[in-house]
Design a protein around this ligand. Sequence first.
Ligand code: NAD
Length: 364
Amino acid sequence: MSELHFEHESLPQRVCFASGEARAMLARVVARLKGSRVMVIASARDADRATQITADLPVVHRHTEVAMHVPVQTAKRARAAAGEHDVDVLVCLGGGSAIGLAKAIALTTGIPIVAVPTTYAGSEATTVWGLTEDGHKTTGVDPRVLPWAVIYDAELTMSLPVPMSVASGLNAVAHCMDSMWGPRADPIDRAVAQEGIRALSIGLPQIVADPGGLGGREQVLYGAYLAGVAFSSAGSGLHHKICHVLGGTYNLPHAQTHAVVLPYVLAFNTPAAPEAANRIATALGSTDALDGLQELRQRLGAPKALRDYGFDASNIDAAGAAILSVVPNNNPRPVTTGDLHRLLYGAWQGTDPTTITYDTESRR
Ligand code: NAD
């Protein structure tokens, strides 16, 4: 009987990796695109760096209005600016918020994006867009929002503070782990995700030990890219469904929420997903997936409890109900209301995930 049976779509994208060379790489990539009217998107905090690395480009507009989760009104103003200036290439520098704004413009205009990421969120490698209106986040998938090229220059991530680097890096680890059992997960996604976890688990402790060192930052950027690639193909698994509800409805910080919730999902799913558990453990250099993750989190001083990030325990039941309606059918283990209550309560309190007992039997 055939053991390998899948359909995998590889996304077309140029990926350039060279620390300290963002300016030269941008010039080459924009020339290749024959860009003659460039719009640069970077928050006010990044404006100086953006000016430096885009100095050789034909810039017609610099846009600094960048906000987390891309509010619809922010997107409308950015689209209007792109139209007014007859822009033919979008260059964005920053984290998922700056890249998200470029994606919002590309979604309605098809203008190609060149992304220069400065966090480990991985949005640059995905076809996923997101917009927020009246506290409600809508996401969708569209090939037009995939950046045409990505330029990774680890020197641009040096300024990312260690706690944010840790949370953002664990957000990337979460992309990899959820790619093991996402709704479209295939063997290619799992292989890419495994290499992503390996690189992230090597690089993150190096950043904590030596925040000014380049090696750890490069490993984590490389891992974050692989995480985005795997996640874009595999789709949102249980972990992302949980974090999407928590972030979107209760306005919790994106990266920290992922960092807290991940061990709870891993403890829940891995008993029913032995291949994933094995790959994760191997990638972490451990004999057990959860032990490996917890050791890594310990070394990094990772975020521990949702109550530290503004989540109120009185919202657990409503959040659980919202999550239950979107849990993927192929999750390795069936999920009940009671399971989600225990998982969320544990994550709210920062309980040891191995001590939580769930309703559902694992299928092992
Ligand atoms: P972000 O872009 O908002 O950045 C977080 C903070 O770090 C900001 O204050 C930013 O100014 C600062 N920052 C960024 N780079 C820095 C640097 N090098 N030095 C110092 N400070 C720096 O947040 P994020 O975590 O990168 O991205 C989160 C957003 O991206 C969310 O809206 C999330 O939904 C979205 N996202 C989308 C996808 C996708 O596939 N579409 C994937 C992941 C995340």
